[in-house]
Design a protein around this ligand. Structure first.
Ligand SMILES: [Zn+2]
Ligand SMILES: [Zn+2]
Length: 291
């Protein structure tokens, strides 16, 4: 049985954490049942809204995994703040089956506020990609949870010279381009993947890029061996599920998110050491304030 948390520790864990993992800078909060959001200043996007912190308001594209309010309570506030700041457009992309209800809710908030929001909530079906920038796309996939939910993968696009043109002089290549030959191809590198809330089915449902992204944010709500049933009953992951699938992860850094306050930070770190095989443990970080 795990110890209960000091009041201070709960407060600390609900405060935003800013870190750079695998070259990707982010600020976020991720505590099971309380609040989850991540903002990536270099990419200009957010994953989930939590209670809509101010730093997420200017992001033009926010990707909402599902409608549980620890991830989604900030939707109307985000819309309303963008209007106050006169920020044009802006989109929250989310699970298609939830969009009609969100629109009803937002309609009511607009009536209550006597205002009209410029930002929109829009469906993103599993497999679809939003072109955030010319060099950045975000693709959704189905993440198994208690309600319909998505995970996301942000990928960088670059043009790369086809192998048969590599080593040729620049002038020669320019000539080929002018004569209409295709000399390059687009390559896509997954930078950051996010599971949203997910149950064990994630390991079958997630696309290959999820396990190849440089940075992986994967939910891991529970750590106490006694909490394994709780995890599966509520559609969440337990650290032992991550350990059992250790061979799948090719990611440079794996961040465990959505950590329940049922375990203290010390207990989380101890259970990680006990449960995760070394080759995974050395690349895995719990999303916790510095010890
Ligand atoms: Zn949650
Ligand atoms: Zn949830």
């Amino acid at each position: 049985m795990m110890m209960s948390l000091r009041v201070n520790e709960a407060e600390e864990r609900l405060s935003p954490i800013t870190r750079t993992f695998a070259g990707v800078k982010l600020t976020g909060v991720s505590v099971a049942g309380r609040e989850t959001y991540f903002f990536f200043p270099g990419l200009g996007i957010g994953f989930d809204l939590g209670r809509s912190p101010q730093l997420l308001v200017p992001a033009r594209h926010v990707f909402l995994s599902h409608a549980h309010l620890d991830h989604a309570a900030g939707v109307p506030y985000w819309m309303s703040q963008r209007r106050l700041l006169r920020l044009p457009a802006g989109t929250i992309w989310t699970e298609p089956s939830a969009v009609a209800i969100w629109k009803e809710i937002l309609e009511r908030f607009q009536r209550l506020e006597g205002a009209s929001y410029d930002a929109a909530i829009a469906p993103l079906a599993p497999g679809q990609t939003v072109e955030v920038r010319r060099d950045l796309g975000v693709t959704a996939f189905r993440s198994p949870h208690r309600i319909p939910a998505l995970g996301f993968i942000a990928s960088e696009r670059k043009r790369k010279l086809l192998p048969r043109f590599q080593g040729l002089a620049e002038e020669e290549i320019r000539g080929r381009i002018l004569s209409g030959e295709a000399v390059s191809e687009e390559i896509s590198n997954p930078i950051v993947a996010f599971s949203g809330d997910a149950s064990k089915g994630l390991f079958d449902a997630a696309p290959a890029d999820f396990f190849r992204a440089r940075l992986l944010l994967v939910e891991c709500s529970f750590f106490d061996p006694e909490d394994s049933h709780r995890a599966h009953h509520w559609g969440h992951l337990h650290v032992s599920d991550i350990a059992q699938h250790a061979d799948l992860f090719e990611n440079e850094v794996i961040v465990l998110t959505h950590l329940s306050l049922r375990a203290t930070a010390d207990e989380i770190r101890r259970e990680m050491k006990k449960t995760l095989p070394r080759r995974l443990l050395e690349r895995t970080v719990p999303f916790l304030p510095d010890p």
